[in-house]
Design a protein around this ligand. Structure first.
Ligand code: ZN
Length: 288
């Protein structure tokens, strides 16, 4: 198994533990940060990297000047880590390439992917928290955390992270996988969905499986979680047992769902860097 623990999966903080020191915006440490550093630049759904697929290091790249306001989220290998988002219309110099930023590619290393995920979540939050949702006032950053304060009504806004449950269902030596229409041919994954109000994560897993496949499950057991910064989810992973029902696919959500045999050769599995694959690998190894 490539990632023995969920703590080892990219996007979870442990993947950068050896070189990353978080510095919160407006904290005393952030005021002193200046000069050469690593540049984590997002453009749409891509990250700009050097020919060696690394974050550029040095002063602010010239093409960034006056087009964005970089901010720092901490230190990477002892140097400031600057983050910035640029518009898709900005032309990138030939020494940079725009690398698709997702869990499927395997060109970016785990640390770069994880730092990029943090940047993506922070930039998404900054974009979505300019105005107060209670009164419409312009928000101002709260020093020392990622919160935003409304000076008009004093409401404090904090980053919203959306929990999702993702679940592998077992039935004897079989397990349940599903596929969405938009996935490439042959790709299957685990049933997953967003938490509803008034619901536990275990209840969410059971509801999603019932709604999308018509299957009733039991013994819903938590196995691990992964930050999923596309743009701001937390995936909570579960393993469960089949209780009753026949597969009836919800065609508004899925194209197909079926039982696979444990010894069946599988193609089109979820990417290695996802908790979906981690749960499947763990099940295949007989850990669950
Ligand atoms: Zn307000």
């Amino acid at each position: 198994m490539r990632y023995p623990l969920t703590a080892d999966l990219p996007f979870n903080r442990a993947a950068v533990q050896s070189g990353f020191v978080a510095i919160l915006p407006g904290s005393p440490q952030s005021a002193g940060l200046d000069g050469d550093g690593f540049w984590l630049i997002l453009q749409g759904n891509s990250m700009l990297v050097t020919e060696q697929l690394q974050m550029p290091f040095g002063p602010m790249p010239e093409f960034l000047s006056e087009r964005c306001e970089p901010s720092t989220i901490g230190l990477w290998q002892g140097k400031p880590l600057w983050i910035a988002a640029i518009s898709r219309s900005i032309e990138i110099p030939p020494s940079f390439s725009a690398e698709p930023f997702n869990a499927s590619g395997d060109r970016l290393d785990d640390a770069t992917l994880t730092l990029g995920g943090m940047a993506m979540q922070i930039i998404h939050w900054q974009k979505k928290s300019r105005f107060c949702s209670s009164c419409g006032g312009a928000l101002t950053p709260m020093p020392g955390n990622f919160g935003m304060l409304c000076p008009v009504c004093n409401y404090e806004h904090f980053p919203s992270i959306h929990p999702c449950a993702i679940v592998l269902v077992r039935r004897g030596d079989q397990f349940l996988l599903a596929r969405k229409k938009e996935w490439f041919p042959g790709r299957y994954g685990l049933v997953a969905g967003f938490l509803d109000m008034g619901e536990s994560l275990e209840e969410c897993a059971a509801r999603e499986v019932l709604e999308e496949t018509g299957i009733v499950i039991k013994n819903v057991q938590y196995v691990g979680s992964q930050c999923w910064p596309f743009p701001s989810q937390l995936m909570a992973g579960f393993i469960a047992d089949y209780e009753s029902g026949e597969i009836v696919v919800d065609e508004s959500e899925l194209e197909d769902a079926r039982w696979f045999n444990r010894d069946e050769p599988l193609i089109g599995l979820p990417p290695h860097r996802s908790i979906a694959r981690w749960i499947l690998d763990r099940y295949m190894l007989g850990s669950d």
